[in-house]
Design a protein around this ligand. Structure first.
Ligand SMILES: [Zn+2]
Length: 198
């Protein structure tokens, strides 16, 4: 059995978690893009990188003389989940802030997303019928489906704006992406200087 602890940063000689100040020198992360894992929406990270400009995506590995991967040139990280929703992304947003000094969080919802095919009430009802469970009180109904793109994109950016897991130095963006034309439309932007107090 392999001793996996040899693969942990904490156990590397010379690595001190108490003086650790981020992995920015290894990977210059600037932006986190949150989008749907629908394969038809796979081009979203590249589209956002092109739209924002001054981003590297996908970039390439940086290796040392022994072929060890010591970094990457990518600046834009991509995080996908069902719908490209803010709620499911909070954990990554927070932990990435510990590891990198990044600047932007971008939420992207796309045309003909599966999440527009039902209402929260239907989802709750189906769970009740098929799985005999009540999920109605588990999370905000606005996070269960996409009933109106503009509202949902604003809801997600607002959720990030008010979450203690999303540090106030981060700029927030909300975009709509049309999967057939590849067009990206900015719906909402909250720069760090305009972030809410709580
Ligand atoms: Zn989708």
């Amino acid at each position: 059995m392999t001793n996996f602890s040899q693969f942990e940063f904490r156990n590397l000689p010379g690595f001190d978690q108490n003086t650790f100040d981020g992995f920015d020198k290894a990977i210059p992360m600037k932006t986190l893009v949150i989008y749907c894992f629908d394969p038809r929406a796979a081009e979203i990270p590249k589209a956002v990188a092109d739209h924002l400009g001054d981003e590297v995506y996908p970039g390439e590995n940086i290796t040392d003389e022994n072929g060890v991967r010591i970094g990457h040139t990518r600046t834009l990280f991509a995080l996908s989940n069902g719908g490209g929703r803010a709620l499911q992304s909070l954990q990554s947003i927070a932990t990435m802030d510990y590891l990198f000094h990044y600047q932007n969080v971008v939420i992207v919802h796309h045309s003909f997303c599966g999440m527009t095919s039902y209402t929260p009430e239907l989802l709750i009802e189906k769970f009740h019928t098929h799985h005999h469970t009540d999920i109605s009180g588990l999370w905000d109904h606005e996070d269960m489906a996409i009933e109106d793109y503009e509202k949902t994109i604003k809801h997600d950016v607002d959720l990030l704006d008010h979450s203690p897991l999303v540090p106030k130095h981060l700029n927030l963006y909300g975009f709509f992406y049309e999967i057939n034309s590849g067009e990206l439309t900015e719906v909402v932007r909250v720069p760090a200087s305009e972030r809410s107090a709580s």
